[in-house]
Design a protein around this ligand. Structure first.
Ligand SMILES: [Zn+2]
Length: 459
């Protein structure tokens, strides 16, 4: 038997199984209950962790992963089944393993958020905490008030820069939301155990991390560029930013941060309505509404993976951004349906103001573009719908202009004619258009101070 593992006994029948001879310095945890034990992660897979566990516990054992990164799943294959959160990356690692990182395939079961593992005298609740990767969970020992945080917090570099089939996608926004969620339990947590470096960390660190992530998101924390190779386990080294805080630092993808900040700044200070960065290309507009997005779509402009900042985003614009394939959107104002579209299509979105619906330009009704797609579920037919709606708006504007110089008797005549057409209403007529024209006639009458005959306008 090797000396690869070092066992550290913690209070209340918890053992940290440490691998200090590798620079990862990873810990797996054996949590022993009166009826069964739970092994949280299986380490690097360099030596046999199952043998180590059996020295400490011979009864029933449940194995759970904090997430599916190589340093936590290395010995998964030695166990009949391992529980973890959903994630395409986790599925891939379980199914195919990884030659590069010496992970063998294993059998995996999904565990749901707030599922409780009952060990007899202690219950461990699963908390989904995507951020570091999209399949991160924490375990909350409800009876002994211990939080096992996995890689979501430890003293050292916290990685939020990943976007890789094997490692999953990090999310700064998601990380912050996860920390908010966990902090609601603060009163029920006495100890925080992390999976790298010092095991026991002060629980205040979770609040500090939440605040740090918030500042980074807002662009109020200053990051320093660091060499891509230092913190990369995969692919081409990318420029990274390091944000230093007390005892920990946060590593994010410099390109995306810098580009996001640049796009936000351009929106705030450059007077743009829309600003998209794709690689070295920049696409901008000073026009309001969805027109520029439709134009880029029509021109076949490749904005896939682009970073977009937009002053006002309703559901119509959101659908167009989905079709354009951008990966991140920052909005000055966004409507709830628009945010729903981004969530559905997995586009990371940050915003300043969230509203129920976008208003029209005269602020006396809903935005006609958002109204057009209000009940639409998928983006496919949206451009055609919006083009029609835009055409109608232009025609209406012209019509309204003409009405202004029309004598009132002509307006009355036109209205009467439309009204009787509408009453006769055969299938050939565009009734919706007629109604709308009558509305415009009424609006013009009102503008001139005439009273409306309500019974005839409401059909
Ligand atoms: Zn990790």
């Amino acid at each position: 038997m090797s000396n690869w593992f070092e066992i550290e006994k913690l209070p209340q029948d918890v053992y940290a199984i440490c691998e200090p001879h590798d620079s990862e310095d990873v810990k797996s945890f054996l949590i022993i209950g009166s009826e069964r034990a739970l092994l949280f992660d299986t380490g690097m897979g360099r030596e046999n962790i199952k043998d180590e566990v059996e020295k400490l516990w011979q009864g029933e054992l449940v194995v759970v992963n904090s997430h599916s990164h190589f340093d936590h799943v290395g010995d998964n294959w030695r166990f009949p089944v391992v529980y973890g959160a959903p994630g395409e990356n986790a599925d891939l690692v379980a199914r195919e393993g990884s030659e590069r990182l010496k992970i063998k395939p294993y059998s995996r079961e999904i565990v749901s958020d707030s599922y409780v593992f009952d060990l007899g005298n202690r219950r461990l609740e699963v908390i989904y905490t995507p951020g570091h990767s999209n399949d991160c969970i924490m375990l909350h020992d409800l009876d002994y008030k211990v939080l096992f945080v996995g890689d979501s917090y430890y003293n050292g570099p916290l990685f939020v820069q990943m976007d890789d089939p094997q490692f999953g996608r990090s999310s700064l926004e998601g990380y912050w939301i996860s920390m908010e969620k966990v902090l609601k339990r603060c009163d029920d947590i006495d100890y925080v155990y992390s999976s790298h470096n010092e095991i026991m960390v002060n629980k205040e660190k979770l609040t500090e991390l939440r605040n740090a992530l918030y500042e980074i998101r807002r662009g109020t924390a200053i990051g320093k560029e660091v060499s891509g190779t230092t913190y990369n386990y995969y692919g081409d080294p990318q420029p990274l930013l390091k944000y230093q805080f007390d005892d920990f630092y946060v590593i994010v993808d410099a390109a995306s941060m810098e580009v996001r900040n640049r796009a936000r700044l351009a929106l705030r200070e450059g007077g743009y309505t829309c600003y998209i960065i794709k690689g070295h290309e920049i696409y901008t507009s000073h026009h309001r509404g969805v027109k520029p997005l439709l134009d880029w779509l029509d021109a076949g402009t490749d904005l896939r993976g682009g970073i977009a900042a937009d002053k006002v985003i309703g559901k119509a614009a959101a659908f167009l951004y989905v079709l354009l394939g951008v990966s991140y959107v920052y909005a000055g104002v966004i409507s709830k349906p628009a945010l729903g579209v981004f969530e559905k299509y997995d586009i990371l979105c940050e915003y300043e103001i969230l509203v129920d619906a976008i208003q029209n330009r005269t602020k006396d009704g809903f935005c006609p573009m958002e109204r057009t797609v209000w009940n639409i579920e998928t983006p496919d037919g949206v451009p055609a719908l919006l083009k029609d709606a835009l055409k109608n708006l232009v025609e209406e504007a012209k019509y309204r202009e003409r009405l202004k110089s029309m004598p009132i008797c002509q307006i009355e005549d036109a209205r009467a004619a439309f009204s009787s057409e509408l009453e006769m209403g055969d299938g050939e007529l565009d009734l919706e258009k007629l109604r709308r024209q009558m509305e415009l006639l009424d609006a013009e009458k009102q503008r001139r101070g005439y009273k409306l005959n309500a019974s005839k306008t409401v059909i």
